[in-house]
Design a protein around this ligand. Structure first.
Ligand code: FES
Length: 104
């Protein structure tokens, strides 16, 4: 385990929300890391098929981890630093898979 290094002026524990659900994270974590550590593996769905997506590459290449943060859509969670009070919104969760493999 990597020891925590305090950052001057930044609280060691920060608070953020995903779709209104309150989460805590460690200062310096990316949004993707904070969500994964909270046990959340998926925060968006694909347009075709409604398949769940979250972290995949973890280094900003695949764009699987897109999320809306403080109203700004399509941000890569793996590169986005988590910040205190950040409001995250999952994407595409309103899509419902249909019996023919599409989404409605
Ligand atoms: S996990 Fe691949 S771009 Fe974020």
């Amino acid at each position: 385990m990597v020891p925590e290094v305090p950052v001057p002026g930044v609280p060691a524990t920060i608070h953020l929300t995903l779709d209104g659900r309150e989460l805590t994270a460690r200062a310096g974590q990316s949004v993707g890391a904070a969500l994964t550590e909270a046990g959340i593996r998926s925060w968006r769905r694909t347009r075709h098929g409604g398949r769940p997506r979250g972290l995949f590459c973890g280094i900003g290449i695949c764009y699987d981890c897109l999320i809306t943060a403080d109203g700004v859509p399509n941000l890569r969670a793996c590169l986005l630093p988590a910040s205190d009070g950040m409001q995250l919104t999952s994407t595409g969760s309103e899509l419902t898979p249909t019996t023919d493999g599409g989404v409605a």
